[in-house]
Ligand binder design. Structure first.
Ligand code: SF4
Length: 116
């Protein structure tokens, strides 16, 4: 039986993917997403079949998600969350958007807990 380490992309693919994402992030000003968007991205990854939970790495690109999910220019290789273009450094979400995102996250967690 294969262990989790054998299910990652090759080292070469991981290095290429990380280098490409990092250079794009730096080239476009090293902007990070908001704390709310970061939490939404990680929630999406936590519910993803490709996540390698023990190391919090993506099984598709091999990236460390705690870093990659912060980068505004990064996106999910399976299109489960997009890159954000042109966001200001200190984006502030309005209350309605914050509440909507929090409600969606809570509903998702309740649905996951109901399955257990
Ligand atoms: S980056 Fe995308 S494919 Fe990778 S674990 Fe997260 S949601 Fe899944």
């Amino acid at each position: 039986m294969a262990n989790e380490e054998n299910l990652y992309p090759s080292i070469l693919k991981m290095v290429k993917s990380f280098t490409k994402d990092l250079s794009k992030y730096i080239k476009e000003g090293a902007k990070n997403v908001t704390a709310m968007e970061y939490a939404v991205r990680l929630d999406t990854c936590n519910a993803c079949e490709f996540l390698k939970k023990a190391s919090m790495r993506c099984g598709k690109c091999g990236c460390l998600l705690e870093h990659k999910a912060k980068w505004s220019t990064a996106d999910c290789p399976e299109n489960k969350w997009p890159a954000q273009k042109g966001i200001p450094k200190k984006e502030v979400l309005d209350r309605e958007t914050r509440n909507k995102l929090a409600d969606e996250r809570d509903a998702k967690r309740r649905a996951e807990n109901a399955k257990k």
